[in-house]
Design a binder for this molecule. Structure first.
Ligand SMILES: [Zn+2]
Length: 393
């Protein structure tokens, strides 16, 4: 049975709409400001120093810290405050519905359940013990995760410091210690228009783009031969969009594609983009296209935390003490951990709930998992307070 205060907290969190404004069914439900204020009040009441950082109008990050100004160690919990939209949901999205051990609502597992599990563990007496052991706890509620990880990028730009980071996301209580990164590119090529009855007088940009795509597939095949990660597998390429041409009887003078290249830890994003540019220069030199451009839409870094680092050992211990078997895994999806790995070498993604229920019409979380997540964080923190006093970790 889940603790009533923990369930009540999650009920409150899901009752505060915080839909990412890009999902615009209902403007009144948009933005993270309300939930940021709720979190700020709650954390201030527990003794946290609280700051709201307005990243975009009405869309703040919340940063709260507890503990010494010169800590021996800073542990950051990061959770995103935004949710995806609510169109087509099977139940009222902003009101917890209970069925058996399940709680249904938008954000139940992504990301308010994992957020609640950590918040409920951050009690005043536990925080005081950690502070006495020289451990500073930072809780960051970020905006804009669902649309470009902009809140996490802002944390890094602001110079936030941490030694260890737990990104709270629904991982079914597995410790995710690595995931791939991504490069999203828009490639445009130019040709020369001509009448379709005289194609030799023109340069067909669609045919040229087909050469570009063959080049991209040769490149990824080569990268896949050279690179393999035991957990994440191989790098990948998906060409997800193509656009070009006007009419069947016109030689097209432009064509564009969007490509999604997934990267492994250790790959150099700039080098990958440079090699693609090099291929385009070559095709232009051969007269297959008349111009080209490559625009980077998004770069997300991969991350990989060493399996035997002190953060993972401590979290594993907390999981064992809560009566569960620790699981260490890689993930196929992307998260703020990629961005936050720039500021700390020990980063994991962890939390109750399943990514399978995230973004769905019947998003829910199992309250037994929620409780287990909270118990694990409590034991993890208590172990850290004890271990730090003994000079470990
Ligand atoms: Zn999420």
């Amino acid at each position: 049975m889940a603790d009533q205060q923990l369930v009540r907290l999650l009920e409150e969190l899901v009752s505060i709409p915080s839909v990412s404004p890009e999902y615009v069914e209902n403007p009144a439900a948009a933005g993270e400001a309300r939930i940021a204020v709720f979190l700020a009040d709650r954390l201030a009441a527990s003794g946290f120093k609280v700051e709201l950082d307005e990243v975009q109008p009405g869309r703040p990050n919340l940063i709260a810290s507890f503990g010494p100004d010169q800590p021996r160690k800073t542990l950051l919990f990061e959770a995103h405050m935004d949710t995806v939209g609510v169109a087509g949901m099977s139940r009222p999205p902003f009101q917890a519905a209970f069925e058996g051990s399940l709680l249904y609502a938008r954000g139940a597992c992504d990301d308010k359940g994992p957020m609640a599990a950590a918040l409920a563990a951050l009690s005043r007496d536990r925080l005081e013990k950690l502070a006495a052991a020289g451990v500073q706890i930072v809780f960051a509620g970020v905006m804009g995760e669902e649309t470009g990880n902009i809140g996490a990028v802002r944390l890094v730009e602001k110079g936030l410091r941490a030694d260890q980071i737990v990104v709270l996301e629904p991982t079914e209580l597995s410790i995710i210690h690595t995931h791939k990164g991504m490069i999203w590119l828009r490639v445009e090529v130019g040709g020369l228009a001509a009448h379709g009855s005289n194609p030799d007088r023109g340069v067909n940009a669609i045919t040229g783009m087909s050469d570009v795509m063959q080049f991209l597939h040769r490149r990824i095949a080569e990268d896949q031969r050279l690179r393999h990660d035991p957990v994440l597998g191989r790098p990948t390429l998906n060409i997800g969009m193509i656009r070009g041409g006007y009419a069947v009887n016109i030689v097209p003078d432009s064509c564009s594609i969007e490509a999604d290249r997934r990267t492994l830890p250790g790959e150099d994003e700039a080098a990958i983009i440079e090699r693609i540019r090099g291929g385009l220069v070559e095709l232009q030199g051969e007269g297959r296209i008349t111009s080209h451009s490559v625009r980077v839409i998004k770069v997300g870094r991969p991350f990989q935390t060493a399996e035997n680092c002190s953060l993972i050992r401590a979290l594993k211990q907390g999981i064992e003490q809560a009566g569960r078997k620790p699981r260490l895994e890689g993930a196929a999806w992307y998260s703020d951990a990629g961005i936050l790995s720039q500021i700390a070498s020990e980063v994991v993604v962890f939390g109750p709930g399943s990514i399978k229920q995230a973004h769905t019409a019947d998003e829910h979380i199992d309250l037994d998992d929620l409780q287990a997540g909270c118990d694990i964080v409590r034991r993890f923190l208590d172990g850290m307070a004890d271990g730090s006093r003994q000079g470990e970790g």
